[in-house]
Design a protein around this ligand. Structure first.
Ligand code: TXA
Ligand code: MG
Length: 339
């Protein structure tokens, strides 16, 4: 089993930073989801991430950088210059508006930096997380010469992302204490992965929706987001099927969901429900009520999918999320979980 240490103890942050500097893996809490972290500048450490996840090595990872002590644009420019060869003005505006926080920017990559982490692409994804434990870890690691930390979500490829240390320990139960140290920073407050904006091709392009919405992005940089096209870089979070529990997920409007249960009557077995209102069924079904606020739903979404999956049902019926950009991130994850 991997080791799990409390992220509130500075000695544990130091121990985790040492692991990163030594080329080993750390389960890192962030405000979005837990990451499986390694030194972005160490090719064999980064390869351990791909091996542990079972992720194809041409799928690029996000590089996380330590927060800066100031709001100073020149300082941000210098920090990202360790990895990015070019930083357009609109990307700087996005950094100033949303970093530290749940936004990843894709920038042209310095050819000499983080090639393995970037999956060989000529771009690199950068993010500065706001979670205090992630910030402490990134600072401590930087003090040991680790300039950036590559970290995909800490789940096996294609599976539900982890929002607690226990989820990470479950995903990587096969790794030993020496192979993986998990920092327990509590449940992630945002709950779904960062919004990703491609800033490497002249105008901002949304690659993955999240809790930073298109309206937020357009207001901050004064430009309109372009639609994704075939030239847009690949992102595994944008594969049609992803975030999948073992049970099959189906999305349905509330009335259709209740009508389907009514039709099944006593035969409604092996079904769990996640809906905005309690559903009626002669069978006692595992069910969770979906919060009315998008942020509250995002925060619990992956934990609820894991919990319902763990009841051993074959189907998870989920009420289609409401319209509106604040639900885009949740809707996106559910559509892919259902695909
Ligand atoms: O919130 C998050 O972003 C979390 C936490 C741990 O920071 N990380 C995360 O990583 O979600 P991951 O690997 O599960 O998803 C990262 C996405 C992938 O879809 C990847 O393809 C895309 O970012 N990505 C990373 N670098 C890229 C690049 N250079 N070009 C295009 N896409 C990139
Ligand atoms: Mg992921």
């Amino acid at each position: 089993m991997p080791g799990v240490l409390n992220a509130n103890d500075p000695a544990n942050i130091e121990a985790a930073a040492q692991r990163l500097a030594a080329g080993s893996l750390v389960g890192m809490p962030t405000e979005t989801v837990y990451g499986l972290a390694a030194d972005a500048g160490n090719a064999s450490a980064v390869q351990r991430i791909f091996d542990a996840k079972g992720r194809p090595s041409d799928h690029p990872l996000i590089v996380h950088i330590a927060p800066l002590d100031s709001n100073d644009l020149q300082a941000w420019r210098a920090a990202v210059a360790s990895f990015a060869s070019e930083v357009p003005e609109f990307a700087l505006a996005l950094m100033r508006a949303f970093w530290p926080g749940p936004l990843t920017l894709i920038l042209p990559r310095r050819p000499d930096m983080a090639a393995v982490a970037a999956g060989g692409q000529n771009s690199v994804g950068l993010r500065c997380p706001s979670h205090p434990a992630a910030q402490a870890l990134l600072r401590a690691a930087r003090a040991k010469g680790v300039m950036g930390v590559a970290a995909p979500s800490a789940n096996r490829f294609g599976r539900v992302s982890p929002t607690t240390a226990a989820h990470v320990a479950d995903e990587f139960a096969a790794l030993s204490e020496g192979e993986l140290l998990i920092l327990d920073g509590g449940p992630c407050p945002v709950g779904i992965e960062s919004t990703i904006v491609d800033c490497s091709r002249g105008a901002p392009v949304l690659l993955r929706p999240g809790m930073v919405t298109p309206a937020h992005i357009e207001a901050a940089c004064g430009l309109l987001l372009r639609e994704r096209d075939e030239q847009a870089p690949r992102a595994s979070g944008t594969l049609a099927s992803h975030y999948a529990p073992r049970a099959a997920v189906r999305l349905m409007p509330a009335q259709q969901l209740q009508a389907a249960l009514d039709m099944l009557g006593k035969d409604a077995r092996n079904i769990a429900v996640y809906a905005s209102q309690a559903v009626k069924s002669p069978q006692a079904l595992p069910q969770r009520r979906r919060p009315d606020e998008a942020a509250a739903c995002a925060q619990e979404l992956f934990a609820v999918l894991r919990e319902l999956d763990a009841t051993g049902v074959r189907l998870i019926w989920v009420e289609t999320p409401p319209e509106g950009a604040e639900w885009d991130g949740v809707r996106d994850r559910l559509v892919r979980a259902a695909a």
